[in-house]
Ligand binder design. Structure first.
Ligand code: ADP
Length: 434
């Protein structure tokens, strides 16, 4: 019998995986769900991450989705809720971080009551907070590329001000002077703010040491809101109470089986390089030409047939990945959205067909492409396994296309991974010989 301890609500898909990856590395067995599951069946894990797509939808929709996730997590018996947003605090004065935080606090503590933190810090990824100001590397958030984001331009680095514009609660600051003194000082600062009528505290953090001290101070706080970094400091609390075993095996997945394939729809610099490294190694690779898909001279079925011939001999790559000038030309002919949809539909169809043909280890490159593949496979839950490269773990899913057998899946968003990522991914699953 195992009751999950931590229930997380993530406002987007790759952010959810990033958080799950951090939890696993900190020793919690973690399951990620795609959306709020319909079934109330118990999830066997120390932590559950519900992946929503609520970052840029209207605030009312984000609140509704988040409350639904909260109710489901509560029914799973979790003892702490974690609302996860981007480490660049992607939001606008209309939300959605403030309205979702308010709604969750209201649901947990009652209208207008309760207390929580705001902390997008992730020092390993160069996101730090000092005197309430968020830095991306050495730049203030408002001087970084985020100032030009198409949906959530961040033109103010002062998180107290940014959050105050979105929430009905008063927002205060726990500054570095308190954080650097450790968990007790941080807890005292929380109490002090609460006594003065504050409902939210932005907390400074510039290192993992700060995150560990903050984590200890967060023991028993019913709602935490943060980026993925703060999660590394929470497992110690349940270890201290004996609820979480000192597990070195949180990333264990069932043994891998079956054929190996890579499906790539990302056209990022990193992915172009990864495809080139694969081809240079003489491994089987098939390029999918979107213009061929459009005029019917290339089909998903033909690509799957090609792959089936090679699979018994080793891993194959099917890719639409192309250089920027090629992509521009294709987009000029087909339209940006139409080209994307055509390629996503073909690649996800190929993925399903390969799994039906016995592929049980699948790497997918591209954020949107991953979303399309996971949707085509009707994946609802993923167990999070070992990290291949920062931000990209192996996961295990059940898929109807695999006759309900387990499939190992790695979803790589565009710019992640070293040049030999694809080969490295399969090597990471190969059992080490004794
Ligand atoms: P990334 O994570 O690198 O942004 P995505 O999968 O999120 O990758 O986005 C890439 C988009 O480009 C997808 O919609 C994909 O279908 C599309 N695409 C892939 N290859 C091509 C191509 N050769 N021409 C035009 N569009 C393409």
């Amino acid at each position: 019998m195992m009751t999950p301890l931590l229930g997380c609500i993530a406002d987007d898909f790759t952010g959810a995986t990033d958080l799950a990856n951090n939890l696993v590395r900190a020793g919690m067995r973690t399951v990620q769900t795609i959306g709020v599951p319909e079934s109330a069946d118990a999830v066997f894990a120390d932590a559950i991450v519900v992946a929503l797509k609520s970052r840029t939808v209207p605030a009312t929709a984000a609140v509704a989705q988040s409350l639904k996730a909260y109710q489901w997590l509560k029914a799973q018996g979790v003892s702490q809720i974690y609302f996860k947003y981007c480490s660049t605090f992607d939001s606008t004065p209309a939300g959605n971080i403030g309205p979702v935080t308010d709604a969750l606090l209201d649901a947990i503590h009652g209208e207008g009551k309760g207390f929580t933190i705001v902390c997008p810090a992730f020092p390993e990824n160069q996101r730090t907070i000092f005197n309430g100001h968020l830095f991306v590397g050495e730049q203030l958030l408002s001087d970084s590329g985020m100032r030009d984001h198409p949906l959530t331009p961040m033109t103010d680095a002062n998180l107290v001000r940014v959050m105050q514009a979105q929430t009905k609660r008063r927002v205060g600051l726990v500054n570095y002077a308190a954080v650097s003194k450790g968990a007790d000082a941080i807890k005292a600062a929380f109490q002090n703010l609460q006594d003065q009528g504050y409902g939210v505290a932005v907390v400074d953090a510039i290192s993992n040491t700060d995150l560990m001290a903050m984590g200890a101070a967060l023991a028993g706080m019913p709602l935490v809101t943060a980026g993925s970094g703060v999660a590394i400091g929470l497992p110690q609390n349940w270890r201290a109470t004996g609820q979480l075993p000192p597990s070195d095996h949180a990333d264990q997945l069932p043994p891998p089986s079956g054929y190996q394939a890579v499906i790539s729809g990302s056209c990022s610099v990193a992915t172009n390089q990864q495809v080139a490294v694969w081809r240079d190694a003489g491994l089987p690779a098939l390029a999918i030409d979107p213009l061929g898909l459009a005029n019917g001279t290339t089909t998903a079925d033909a690509a799957a047939d090609w792959a089936r011939q090679h699979l018994p001999k080793g891993p194959v790559l099917v890719y639409a990945t192309a250089a920027p000038e090629v992509v521009r030309e294709i987009q000029a002919q087909l339209g940006v959205a139409a080209a994307g949809a055509l390629v996503e539909s073909a690649l996800s169809g190929i993925a399903v067909s390969l799994i039906e043909s016995g592929v049980r280890q699948l790497v997918v490159a591209g954020g949107e492409t991953s979303g399309a593949v996971v949707q085509a496979l009707a994946v609802e839950r993923m167990a999070i396994g070992p990290q291949i490269d920062p931000g990209v773990p192996w996961t295990c899913v059940n898929a109807a296309a695999a006759g309900d057998q387990t499939v190992h899946v790695a979803l790589k968003s565009g710019n992640f991974g070293t040049p030999d990522f694809f080969q490295k991914a399969f090597a990471a699953l190969t059992p080490k010989s004794a």
